[in-house]
Design a binder for this molecule. Structure first.
Ligand code: PMP
Length: 434
């Protein structure tokens, strides 16, 4: 059934079989292989504003936005100009530049918890480094993460994503040693009692708690106000470091991220995606006394040949400048309400079991009978129905994340008309389910 519904052009199909011979699974990052919907990915030729164009010459309204970064739309002229000018001055020096301080200043001004920051090359590097610094700063080994939260492919964080109960880490991937997961305590998201119990059981042993304050990586699931406040209170009381992984939410749910939106300030923050304006750039930052543990100010080692790369910094800096001077957040909020209401109506009319969960410009239509508050709930979703929905939308020119467990994103170049076109497409796809 699913196999017959794939709507992929001949050139993409051919490109994928070639790529398969050259790269594992044909891709450089697994999600984009469309594995969760059992298919062949579309190969992209170019992107502009809210649109992706595949190599078969088809155009799609893009609700992935490179998995988050493209809040200004693809190929924003000012961002491209900044990238071009930077590249003409040389693409990497391995030496300090004034532009890095400018971007650091922009991040520090925007994000409440960040007093000092270090630039890295990806979200994974940011979370890996933040964990190391938290352990170095506290002299403790254990960390708490939550099932269904993704923090990149860091060994110690690649544990028990998808496990519902509080378990001591069992690695999710071959190649991650038992040792790497042994100090990772995995708890259920939004489980206030579980957090309190873990601190009661391991007083003075937990270096850090890391979480997505709004999860994108099990579909869109918001941390409850009580959950976020409990984390803030328990970590403060225990002398543990609270890390918000705002790789997805940073500069998206508000200019200052989820921490600004919800008024809970962590000790450290990890950033990626938007902060690099579509170039490879991440950042981690936080309280100055914690960040001063990092070499050469302190003793925690973390380094990078391409860190603070001038081209990536130019893209990120221009993106943050535009977001600050001409904030799109109210507009995105209204588009989000419009899309959520439209999808809600479409699913309701089709008579299916569903939940629309949204925070600002992050959203998921869950094929699920009940609200999703943690991974065990998300895991009940009907993946097969999601696959049909996904391919149905592809046929209608709408490019959604290719998994039930990813949030969709849109940006400031999406219009109300495009949102309405998307809702109409969803209506007709879902109506065909009956
Ligand atoms: N943290 C979160 C919350 C993420 O969503 C991601 C990537 N989707 C990462 C970390 C890892 O970032 P990267 O893919 O840039 O390594």
């Amino acid at each position: 059934s699913l196999a017959n519904s794939h709507d992929v052009g001949p050139r993409s199909a051919e490109a994928f079989s070639r790529a398969h011979r050259l790269m594992p699974g044909g891709v450089n990052s697994p999600a984009r292989a469309f594995g969760a919907v059992g298919g062949t990915p579309l190969f992209i030729e170019r992107a502009e504003g809210p649109y992706l164009f595949d190599i078969d010459g088809r155009r799609f309204i893009d609700y992935i936005g490179s998995w988050g970064p493209m809040i200004l739309g693809h190929a924003h002229p000012e961002v491209i100009e900044a990238i071009t000018k930077a590249a003409q001055r040389g693409t990497s020096y391995g030496a300090p530049t004034e532009a890095e301080s400018r971007l650091a200043e922009q991040i520090i001004e925007a994000v409440p918890s960040v007093e000092k920051v270090r630039l890295v090359n990806s979200g994974t590097e940011a979370t890996m480094s933040a964990i190391r610094v938290a352990r170095g700063a506290t002299g403790r080994d254990k960390i708490i993460k939550f099932s269904g939260n993704y923090h990149g492919h860091v060994d110690s964080l690649l544990v028990a994503a998808g496990s519902a109960a509080a378990t001591l880490g069992v690695p999710d991937s071959p190649g991650v040693t038992k040792g790497a997961g042994k100090d990772t305590i995995v708890l259920r998201y939004n489980d206030v009692a579980g957090v309190k119990a873990a601190f009661a059981k391991h007083p003075g042993e937990i270096a850090a708690v890391i979480l997505e304050p709004v999860v994108g990586n099990m579909g869109c699931v918001a941390g409850s106000p009580e959950f976020l406040q409990t984390l803030r209170d328990e970590t403060t009381r225990d002398g543990s470091i609270l890390i918000f992984d705002e790789v997805m939410t940073g500069f998206r749910l508000a200019f200052g991220g989820a921490q600004e939106r919800f008024g809970v300030t962590p000790d450290m923050t990890t950033l990626g995606k938007i902060v690099g304006g579509g170039m490879p750039l991440g950042a981690y930052g936080g309280r100055a006394d914690i960040m001063d543990q990092v070499l050469p100010a302190g003793k925690v080692f973390q380094a990078g040949t391409l860190s603070g790369n001038p081209v990536a910094v130019a893209a990120g800096s221009k993106t943050l400048e535009i977001l600050r001077n001409d904030p799109p957040y109210e507009y995105l909020e209204n588009l989000g309400i419009r899309l959520a209401q439209g999808l809600d109506q479409a699913a309701f009319d089709a008579g299916i079991d569903y939940q629309v969960q949204a925070v600002g410009s992050m959203m998921t239509l869950f094929f699920n009978t009940d609200p999703v508050n943690e991974w065990a709930d998300a895991d009940q979703s009907d993946r097969e129905a999601f696959g049909r929905y996904f391919w149905g939308l592809i046929s209608k020119g709408v490019y959604m994340p290719c998994s039930q467990f990813e949030a969709l994103f849109f940006g400031r170049t999406h219009t109300e008309a495009m949102i309405d076109e998307t809702i109409d497409a969803a209506k007709s796809v879902l109506a065909s389910f009956a």
